[in-house]
Design a binder for this molecule. Sequence first.
Ligand code: NAG
Ligand code: NAG
Ligand code: NAG
Ligand code: NAG
Ligand code: NAG
Length: 539
Amino acid sequence: MRYGRSFLVCALLASRAVCQEIWDIWQTTWDESELLTYFQPTPDPITFGSPGTIGAADIVVDDTQVYQTVWGFGASLTDSSALLLNNLKTQNPTNYWALLDYLFNATDGANSAGFTYLRVPLGATDFSASRKFYSFDDVSGDTSLTDFNIDNVPDYVFRTIYDIQSINSYLRVHVVPWSPPAWMKTTGTMDGGDLDTNYISTYANYLLKCLQGFQIKNIVPFAISIQNEPENSDATYPSCYMPVSVEAQIGTALRTLMDDNGFSGVRLIGYEHNWNDAGGYPVQLMQQAESAFAGVAFHCYAGDVQNQSDFYNAYPNKEIYFTECSGTIGSDWWSDIKVSNFDTIRFKLVLMFCQWYMDNLFITGITYHAQSGLMWNLALNGSGLPKLPGTDSCGGAGCRGVAQVNSNGTWSVNQEFYAMGQASKAILPRDVNGPWGQRIGVSVGGELNWALIVGAYVTGRVSPTDWLRYSLVVLNWADTSNGNWDPQPVQTTIEFRDMQATYTFPVGVTTLWWYAVNESSSAAPVDNAIHFDTRSVRP
Ligand SMILES: *[C@@H]1O[C@H](CO)[C@@H](O)[C@H](O)[C@H]1NC(C)=O
Ligand SMILES: *[C@@H]1O[C@H](CO)[C@@H](O)[C@H](O)[C@H]1NC(C)=O
Ligand SMILES: *[C@@H]1O[C@H](CO)[C@@H](O)[C@H](O)[C@H]1NC(C)=O
Ligand SMILES: *[C@@H]1O[C@H](CO)[C@@H](O)[C@H](O)[C@H]1NC(C)=O
Ligand SMILES: *[C@@H]1O[C@H](CO)[C@@H](O)[C@H](O)[C@H]1NC(C)=O
């Protein structure tokens, strides 16, 4: 029905631009009345027509500016998350598969967040519930690594990855250790301390064996990082202080080992720590070992998202990943999703947790060059547990998982799910195994331009005659006037290729898209090139 009508209009008018219409909208509103809810504009699609007066806000899309590819959103599959998911699978398989589907089904148009990026710790972390301080070779002095054993990880970790892969064939696994084996460290423990620099090459070999171990398990990682949070040493959980020069030496050795052993396609990522040192550690790392590293990863617990530019400006050809931030149990659902006022941001930085996802991470983080957006634990229970016994990590109210898994075999998803899901919908491939979304130029004008934070993306097609998908992720945070709660929908014009569409964005997050011909392609678009989504309409 839908397809038929647009086909007819386009065929009759024989104009490229006329068919630019918005048929698909995903929305999460401040009052939770819409929760990554799909709907179509009624009674008609939103049409791009001749430009008129601009709205209260005016989104100007510039598709001549094409930036980085976005590889997706997700979280870390800690041992704790895998344990809870595994328990759920035993207790209530129907609920387990429904949760995995809601998190990971990346089929275009699926009722799911379609997460595609999974960070997996190599060894114990502060969220290892059942085994304290394990690595993959805990035999002291085993410099030939003959006792290396990938099965030291609880078996439910690999089983959970397989289950996720059975739903999502795009899944990108990014592995990262929290600490080298205890015997390679000056302290002789995994909890805190430094790598003994006599073991630099042993440790590079250990990391190669980690990649080989994953490969034997039929999981070829997308990326490997050398050390989680190398500027943090904490005596209550696996962690390791690692100066730039040490990470640079390990990276140089590991890159060669990877290239010599069939892992030349795996990215080596450095840093994995907070924004506040973006112009320091990661820049120095590139100065010392630029050719070894594909890029660096950032966490949110200190500094500002803008600091990603400190690194980008120094090394614009290196990649940037955003790999960790955590919500805190008990914080406000909507405040977490939107932009906060600056006082709140300062306050939250003191708490060392970031709670302003769309502005800081999942729209603006991408604007500041990130190719991923991840939260910390994929799943925890309602108390932010289980975690490593005795750790001081996630003290106070506790860390919140993206999903909450309860001991009675039920689950729910938290604000992190909706924030990332809205962003994920904009960049998933339109075609099976087709291109991923790329960020494009966008700016916001109009009287209420402050009310909207916008990301814009283009998703390419497998066939050069198929129309490209253009997506917007729009946060409207105009919820207060004169200090009083007063959520205001913002009547907005969208400018694209000298055409204009109008939509009123409610307070919340909206993802929408339209299709348009690839103006750089010489392939003549044919009538059947218009691939509107033909899935059945959900209520
Ligand atoms: C993913 O979603 C699609 C579309 O809703 C559905 O057809 C498919 O069965 C789902 N896949 C899995 C593995 O659940
Ligand atoms: C981080 O970014 C903020 C905002 O742009 C800036 O004020 C601050 O100086 C930056 N910090 C560093 C260490 O560059
Ligand atoms: C979370 O799990 C811990 C055990 O790890 C348990 O003591 C606690 O009661 C659980 N909390 C909830 C809300 O289920
Ligand atoms: C299961 O546990 C959760 C969290 O404690 C609770 O909110 C929910 O009502 C429980 N459901 C059932 C069916 O007992
Ligand atoms: C548009 O077509 C050109 C030429 O074929 C191609 O290089 C470009 O990648 C296409 N754009 C997108 C976003 O796929």
